[in-house]
Design a protein around this ligand. Structure first.
Ligand SMILES: *[C@@H]1O[C@H](CO)[C@@H](O)[C@H](O)[C@H]1NC(C)=O
Ligand SMILES: *[C@@H]1O[C@H](CO)[C@@H](O)[C@H](O)[C@H]1NC(C)=O
Ligand SMILES: *[C@@H]1O[C@H](CO)[C@@H](O)[C@H](O)[C@H]1NC(C)=O
Ligand SMILES: *[C@@H]1O[C@H](CO)[C@@H](O)[C@H](O)[C@H]1NC(C)=O
Length: 392
């Protein structure tokens, strides 16, 4: 071997050197050469070893060091950025920490509304008798609400303007989450709009949400124009198109998921910088893409992929169907509560229909606990029907 020859040659040179006087100065280059030889030998051996076992954990791929047994080829070979490594270690720690359920767990009902809530009376009926098992938060983005139910009085949080399709919508969601997280008893967090109504009584909804480890975040892959068509390559390298997802904004979340949303700066700032409808090349709608994409990257198994809030898109217009007084029948509400398969349709030419059963801890159950959009005029009919339809 070349290195070996080099080594011997130097040893030979050493032997013919005169001793004493020159010795200290001559020792230095010799040690440097010795060291260099070792390094070269080590690199050569390591290189040969690596080319034979390119999948092994070795000095060249310490980032992806894993035991051989569960090693899988990486989907993308790219190196994580500093921000990704830092963010992911925080997310992992929050997700892996044991869930300590407080003595009196509560559900946070977070209302995102422009002003007064037309269904406060209905919610009042719904909450009655369940004090201590829920908390209410109201984010009114336009006008200060006038409250009709004492469950809502003094529950307004500091709010700001919200523009649909802009990051201000996500900011309002985060504002609600950060207020609701302040109460350590809140274990599950539901985002509701002013046009949402409950489909079941309190106990059913409480048990449904509390006794599962899953968050109900709507999420599907849409290769069409209003799905991946809204992706921007400016989000690279952290947000790849393979992880880009779409879903309705009306989520419900476990506490640990609410915490990782609050801890996220990396993905938030990507969407903040590259989503602004109407601006060229920034077509994405943050409230429909940020959370589904975030969870797909960070904890895909932790979300159900459907929302527990029903909405009727069957008219295929820009806005979902808004129920009027004459629509409010026992049959309509029973129809909605009988749905136990979640359906998503892609926006490309194929209009692929993605269906999956609504599995709750492995059991197929009704998908929806809430529904929208109901016009304010439907209140009286809903109040009349409520005691009937809300018992499962
Ligand atoms: C939720 O997770 C905890 C701890 O990880 C586990 O003990 C519990 O059985 C899980 N509950 C359900 C309903 O899956
Ligand atoms: C939701 O979809 C992701 C794929 O995007 C999948 O990994 C995950 O298991 C799904 N969640 C459930 C609860 O099935
Ligand atoms: C309820 O569902 C049935 C069967 O899908 C349908 O024929 C009927 O029109 C629905 N009724 C209402 C009020 O939505
Ligand atoms: C409520 O349910 C009862 C018993 O099923 C029925 O007799 C009654 O007509 C229902 N009321 C309404 C408003 O549908």
């Amino acid at each position: 071997m070349k290195t070996a020859k080099f080594w011997r040659l130097n040893m030979g040179d050493m032997q013919i050197l005169p001793g004493s006087r020159n010795r200290p100065t001559m020792m230095k280059p010799m040690w440097i050469i010795l060291l260099a030889s070792f390094v070269i030998m080590f690199i050569t051996c390591a290189y040969i070893y690596r080319s034979k076992n390119s999948t092994a954990c070795n000095v060249f791929s310490y980032r992806r060091c894993k035991p051989m047994a569960n090693w899988l080829p990486p989907v993308s070979a790219r190196e994580y950025t500093d921000d990704e490594i830092a963010s992911h270690v925080v997310f992992r720690d929050i997700l892996n920490s044991p869930v300590v359920v407080p003595k009196n767990p509560k559900i946070a009902f977070m209302f995102l509304t422009p002003g007064s809530l037309p269904f406060e009376k209905l919610w009042d009926n719904f909450f009655q008798g369940h004090e201590g098992k829920f908390s209410v938060y109201v984010h009114a983005s336009k006008t200060k609400p006038v409250h009709q139910s004492h469950y809502f009085v003094k529950r307004d949080i500091r709010s700001d303007q919200v523009v649909w399709g802009k990051m201000s919508m996500v900011d309002a969601e985060r504002r609600l989450l950060s207020n609701a997280l302040q109460d350590p008893n809140n274990q599950h967090f539901i985002l509701l709009s002013d046009s949402c109504v409950p489909l079941y009584n309190f106990d059913y909804i409480f048990d449904y949400l509390m006794y599962t480890n899953i968050s109900f975040v709507d999420c599907f892959r849409d290769p069409g124009p209003v799905g991946n068509g809204r992706y921007s390559e400016h989000m690279l390298p952290e947000v790849e198109i393979k992880d880009f997802r779409k879903g309705a904004q009306w989520f419900s979340m476990k506490r640990k998921h609410a915490l990782i949303v609050m801890a996220d700066h990396l993905y938030y700032s990507k969407f903040h910088a590259h989503c602004e409808p109407g601006v060229d090349g920034k077509n994405c709608i943050p409230d429909e893409h940020y959370l589904p994409t975030f969870f797909t990257i960070v904890d895909p198994g932790g979300i159900a992929n459907w929302s527990v809030t029903h909405v009727d898109w069957s008219e295929r217009k820009w806005h979902p169907k808004s129920y009027k007084t004459q629509d409010i029948t026992y049959e309509l509400l029973k129809n909605i509560t009988s749905i136990d398969v979640s359906v998503h349709v892609t926006s490309d030419e194929e209009k692929e229909v993605q269906r999956w059963p609504c599995l709750w801890n492995g059991i197929q159950k009704p998908c929806y606990l809430f529904a929208r959009k109901f016009s304010p005029e439907t209140l009286d009919n809903l109040l009349q029907l409520f005691s009937n339809y809300s018992s499962p």
